[in-house]
Design a protein around this ligand. Structure first.
Ligand SMILES: Cc1cc2nc3c(=O)[nH]c(=O)nc-3n(C[C@H](O)[C@H](O)[C@H](O)COP(=O)(O)OP(=O)(O)OC[C@H]3O[C@@H](n4cnc5c(N)ncnc54)[C@H](O)[C@@H]3O)c2cc1C
Length: 483
């Protein structure tokens, strides 16, 4: 497949183009993206809401110049003649086509959300882009009462971040458990307790009825004071283009097989627009993983094939939730599974491990930041779990026990395995700020949670590089990330 056309330049299309270019220098890659700017790392958007992170810090690294990037909306796919048409009148022939059209925020059918012309009321925000999040930040005053609607990953992260930034925040969730797709009730209670300790009013099992002047009414109970309403009510896959081209589409997205192939063998789909048999929710980890695999499928390599690895993370200062593997393996009584549970409610720490023999089949971790990287590695590689499980959970376990190299250099970016020494070397080679370090090492371009650590390292290296007696700051004063 020499001519590969990718529709959509979000995280999925971006990563695929990058990985495909790295694997096959001869492939002619065209990326057609409806948005002029970006793409950006969505894992940093909640920080943009609260800390005004500069746009360039959220941007994913630019492509090699051989990747043809066209800011154009695709209007149709002609499968018979193997070409796609864009709104500017151009057409792009392909040997292989990839749909990476992502998803759109779901707007619930709730009175008061829309104006007479159908647009969202100005108090209602749907955080889909860094611009939405920066706009929200600009609109919020110190006394603004913000209601976050939805208690999934995005609702939990957003409520936590906004409260940490000093806003009055209420989280309203229909279910009785936060992040119900990922967490068992013990873990969900600890996450709720963590949010409450951070100042969020958590209202579970509440049905919203209407947004009216200054309040959100709830069925049969007290309304919530609401100056701004943040919709975190889920994502709907963008499937219109695929459906119009006659590809199989179901409620969860464009139907793909184990190898991310659609009902047309020349057309693939990945990320939030695709419905893969093993994926229950779209996350960045799933998206990266699919893009890496699809690059191997399109530019065949010995390891080609997609092996689904399920990882979900919710993060913010003092909030650390990681879910690995299928949650169905976590309840007691699952055949063939041994469970390990650690519940430290007072300190908002919880772990539940599902072990299949010596392998980590699934896990939920709350507030155990030090353990996340090692447990993610054990889950992804299938390496044996060390016998000292408590040490592992508390981050005391060394890789040496599992046959890996001993930990001597702190890894700051766990997504791309970038250590402090690699970043320091890149800094001394000329990468003097966070975007340059991201371009040189890929640090911060995964889940983004290391951005503050990378910034701090960069600041301390810059300070150390200043001549003695200099009190000049090497950086313009950045606002502290309160998230
Ligand atoms: C605010 C927010 C925060 C999030 N935080 C996290 C997080 O912390 N952790 C996590 O795991 N996940 C998070 N997610 C989910 C994560 O963003 C998605 O799983 C991921 O972005 C999916 O990437 P994608 O490229 O498939 O889709 P998208 O990011 O939706 O990108 C699709 C792109 O395709 C373009 N497009 C669509 N139709 C066309 C067309 N016809 N022609 C051309 N271009 C087109 C769109 O303009 C868009 O740029 C978050 C999502 C949001 C909205």
């Amino acid at each position: 497949m020499n001519r590969v056309v990718i529709i959509g330049h979000g995280p999925a299309g971006h990563r695929l183009a990058e990985r495909l270019r790295a694997r096959d220098g001869s492939a002619r890659i065209t990326v057609l993206g409806a948005r002029e700017a970006g793409p950006y790392n969505p894992a940093l958007f909640t920080r943009a809401m609260t800390a005004g992170l500069p746009l360039e810090w959220m941007a994913l690294p630019g492509h090699d110049e051989d990747v043809r990037l066209r800011p154009a909306r695709v209007t149709s796919i002609d499968r018979e003649n193997r070409l796609v048409r864009t709104a500017d009148g151009a057409h792009h022939p392909y040997d292989g086509l990839v749909l990476a059209t992502g998803g759109s925020g779901h707007v619930p059918d709730l009175a008061g959300l829309r104006r007479a012309d159908g647009a969202l009321d100005e108090r209602v925000r749907s955080p889909r882009s860094p611009h939405d999040c920066l706009g929200l930040r600009a609109a919020l005053g110190p006394d603004t009462a913000v209601t976050v609607l939805g208690g999934g990953l995005l609702g939990v992260e957003s409520a936590h971040a906004l409260a940490a930034a000093g806003h009055q925040v209420t989280l309203v969730h229909r279910g009785t458990r936060l992040m119900p797709r990922e967490l068992d009730s013990a873990a969900a209670e600890i996450v709720a307790a963590r949010l409450r300790a951070n100042g969020v009013t958590v209202r579970l099992g509440e049905i919203p009825v209407e947004l009216s002047s200054g309040k959100l009414s709830l069925r049969g109970t007290e309304p919530v004071r609401t100056d701004a309403l943040l919709l975190c009510t889920g994502t709907r896959p963008n499937t219109e283009l695929a459906a119009a081209a006659g590809l199989d589409v179901a409620a969860g997205g464009i139907v793909v097989d184990e190898s991310l192939r659609t009902s047309d063998p020349r057309v693939y789909a990945l990320g939030d627009c695709a419905r893969h048999p093993a994926v229950r929710r779209g996350t960045l980890d799933t998206t990266w993983n699919q893009a890496d695999a699809l690059a191997g499928i399109l530019a065949p390599a010995p390891d080609s094939g997609y092996h689904h690895v399920e990882v979900t993370r919710a993060r913010g200062s003092g909030l650390e939730v990681t879910c690995l593997g299928p949650p169905e393996l976590l309840p007691d009584g699952t055949p063939g599974i041994e469970h390990v549970t650690f519940n430290d409610r007072g300190r908002h720490r919880y772990a539940r491990l599902a072990l299949h023999g010596e392998r980590l089949a699934a896990a939920t971790l709350v507030g155990l930041e030090e353990a996340c990287a090692e447990l993610t590695r054990l889950h992804e590689t299938g390496a044996p779990v060390p016998s000292n499980r408590l040490g592992l959970l508390l981050g005391l376990e060394r890789r040496a026990e599992t046959g890996g190299p001993p930990v001597t250099d702190k890894v700051l970016c766990h997504c791309n395995n970038v250590s402090e020494s690699t970043l320091t070397a890149a800094f001394h080679a000329g990468a003097g700020d966070v975007p340059a370090l991201a371009a040189a090492t890929r640090a911060t371009t995964g889940c983004g949670s290391c951005t503050d650590s990378v910034r701090r390292l960069c600041e301390s290296l810059s300070a150390a590089a200043l001549p003695e007696n200099s009190h000049e700051r090497a950086f313009p004063a950045e606002e502290e990330d309160a998230a």
